[in-house]
Ligand binder design. Structure first.
Ligand code: PGA
Length: 249
C-alpha cells in the first residue's frame, strides 16, 4: 500500500522542554502509525528531541541549514552539525525563508545539493503568492522553483527529494487550496519532473501539500492521486491536532 509522508514544521515555536514534551507525546500516539512521519523542531531543540525519537518511527528534521559545510558564516547551522544530531531531513526554500529572508532559487539549490551530498533528505518547498496566481503566473513561478531547485540533482538522487507545494496564500491563513486545485498543481510539478527525469522518476516522486492542513481536510487532500503527504505548520504544534492528520486513514 502507498504510504504517505506527513511532516510537522514547528517553525519558531517551543522551548526545549515544550519540544521534548510534544515529541514524547507524538512518539507514543504515533507508535503504530504506518505513514512516514517527520517533525522539525527549532535548531535549539534538535538535540533534545533527537534523544526522544531515536529508534522510533518518527524522523527528525530541520527547518533550514546553511549553504556551506563549515567556515566563517555567523548565525548559520551546517549540514554536518545537523547530521551529527541525527537529523535525517531538512525543509529548504520554505516561503517564509524565500520571502522574509530573501532566499533565492540559487541559494536553495546549493543547500539542497549539500544536503544530498551528506545523505540528508531535502524537502524542497515551492509555491506561488496570491498575486502571482491571480496574474496567471503560477506555472511560471512554480516551474522555475522546481527546475532551479533541482539543478544538478542526479537521477539516482531524486528519490531522496520530496517536493512540498505550499501556496503562499494558504500558509497560516486558514485558507486551503481545494483538493482539486492542489492536485492540479501537483500534476503540473510531476509533469515538470517528468521532463527532467522521465516518467518513472516523476511517478515515484513524493509531493506533499502544505498550507492550512488540518484533521478535517487531510483525508480529502490525500485522496487525490498526486498528493502524497502533507507539510503541516500550525496544526503540528499540538498532538491533538497533528496525530489525526498523521492518522488520517
Ligand atoms: P500552516 O503552515 O499549516 O500553518 O499553514 C504550513 C507551512 O508553512 O509549512
Amino acid at each position: 500500500m502507498r504510504s504517505y509522508y506527513i511532516a510537522g514544521n514547528w517553525k519558531m515555536h517551543k522551548t526545549v522542554a515544550e519540544s521534548v514534551a510534544l515529541a514524547t507525546e507524538l512518539k507514543d500516539k504515533l507508535a503504530s502509525c504506518g505513514e512516514k512521519v517527520l517533525i522539525a523542531p527549532a535548531f535549539t531543540a534538535l538535540s533534545a528531541v533527537a534523544v526522544v525519537v531515536k529508534g522510533t518511527n518518527i524522523m527528525l528534521g530541520a527547518q533550514n541549514m546553511g549553504p556551506e559545510e563549515q567556515g566563517a558564516h555567523t548565525g548559520e547551522v551546517s549540514v554536518l552539525m545537523l547530521k551529527d544530531l541525527g537529523v535525517r531531513a531538512v525543509i529548504l526554500g520554505h516561503s517564509e525563508r524565500r520571502h522574509s529572508y530573501f532566499e533565492t532559487d540559487e541559494l536553495v539549490n546549493r543547500k539542497l545539493l549539500l544536503a544530498l551530498k551528506h545523505g540528508i533528505e531535502p524537502i524542497l518547498c515551492v509555491g506561488e503568492t496570491l498575486e502571482e496566481r491571480e496574474g496567471n503566473r503560477l506555472e511560471e513561478v512554480v516551474g522555475t522553483q522546481v527546475r532551479k531547485g533541482l539543478t544538478g540533482v542526479a537521477a539516482v538522487e531524486l528519490a531522496k527529494v520530496t517536493i512540498a507545494y505550499e501556496p503562499v496564500w494558504a500558509i497560516g491563513t486558514g485558507k486551503t487550496a481545494t483538493p482539486e486545485d492542489a492536485d492540479a498543481v501537483h500534476a503540473f510539478i510531476r509533469k515538470e519532473v517528468k521532463a527532467l527525469y522521465g516518467e518513472a522518476a516523476a511517478k515515484s516522486l513524493c509531493i506533499q501539500y502544505g498550507g492550512s492542513v488540518k484533521a478535517d481536510n487531510a483525508a480529502q487532500l490525500m485522496a487525490k492521486p498526486n498528493i502524497d503527504g502533507a507539510l503541516v505548520g500550525g496544526a503540528s504544534l499540538k498532538a491533538e491536532t497533528f496525530v489525526p492528520i498523521a492518522r488520517f486513514r
